[in-house]
Design a protein around this ligand. Structure first.
Ligand SMILES: C[S@@+](CC[C@H](N)C(=O)[O-])C[C@H]1O[C@@H](n2cnc3c(N)ncnc32)[C@H](O)[C@@H]1O
Length: 264
């Protein structure tokens, strides 16, 4: 028996698969950082929340550069009375960076939301010394946003089921003040099969170059089935346009990782 530490909060799984479930469903998959997950069962709970910072910065190209870019762009939108949201704040690294950058704007509030209680606990520890930061356990789809000048979603919407995405973007557009901004970073699908094939292989090689094993790469891919659902660039632009955004530009692109800036 293999202990599936992160996928099911200590649930045991049979590595020889569960035939009753059609095989493979409960197989423990190595995904790197000594984590294991189950097929189509990736979760941010438990062990993942403890090693998230190393896992995400090793897996996502330009992870730190993306944070710095968002911090720089935030200068155009954050005022002394601003409300700033990060949706899917995980361990609070980006929310903390934004709060520190604007520490001189004494009335500004930085609110991190995460649906996963273990992540909120990690973020509260990381941001304990910052009075301008609030960290809330909440599902962004159901959350009632206050009027905001900046909303950031950094590789989060891809984990929200497609059936809820349009209503989320509609809410975000409504929540922004006129002139406020949404910064959306997402893993994106390529426009056609040939480009997608290249993107998939380049990204797998990126992970191998960062020291992940072939088993880790395949394990993570299998664990993310039905959990991480990227839209294409056009799909993301469509979500934003239908919500009401007219002024949208791409601010970063690295193969299948893209950052958008949308201004209301
Ligand atoms: C890839 S991580 C985000 C990384 C983070 N923004 C950063 O800069 O390090 C995705 C996060 O989104 C959270 N999440 C997923 N669905 C959510 C939802 N519906 N509402 C709020 N948070 C959600 C997950 O719990 C996870 O912590």
């Amino acid at each position: 028996m293999v202990e599936v530490k992160q996928a099911g909060r200590g649930r045991s799984a049979d590595p020889d698969t569960d035939p009753a479930a059609g095989g493979a469903t409960l197989q423990a998959l190595a995904v790197g950082e000594n984590l294991v997950a189950s097929n189509a069962g990736w979760t941010f709970a438990g062990e993942v929340s403890k090693v998230f910072d190393s896992h995400v910065s090793r897996s996502v190209p330009l992870y730190h550069e993306g944070h710095r870019l968002i911090a720089q762009v935030s200068d155009f939108f954050v005022k002394s009375d601003s409300v700033v949201y990060e949706i899917g704040s995980s361990t609070g690294s980006l929310t903390r960076m934004l709060a520190e950058r604007h520490a001189g704007k004494t009335g500004a509030r930085f609110i991190g939301l995460d649906v996963e209680p273990d992540m909120v606990a990690q973020a509260k520890r990381k941001c304990a010394d910052l009075r301008s930061v609030e960290l809330l356990q909440a599902n962004a789809v159901e959350f009632e946003f206050q009027k905001a000048d900046l909303i950031v979603a950094y590789y989060t919407v891809q984990f929200i089921a497609p059936k809820y995405r349009q209503q989320l973007f509609d809410k975000l557009y409504q929540a922004l003040n006129w002139g406020g901004a949404l910064m959306l970073f997402e893993k994106v699908r390529a426009p056609d099969a040939r480009f997608q094939d290249i993107a998939t292989q380049v990204y797998h090689e990126y992970k191998l170059d960062r020291g992940y094993t072939s088993d880790d790469v395949v394990g993570k891919m299998r664990s993310l089935k039905g959990v991480l659902e990227p839209f294409s660039t056009a799909g993301n632009l469509g979500l934003m346009e239908r919500a009401g955004f007219v002024d949208v530009t791409s601010v970063m692109k690295y193969v299948c990782f893209e950052g958008f800036l949308a201004i209301k």
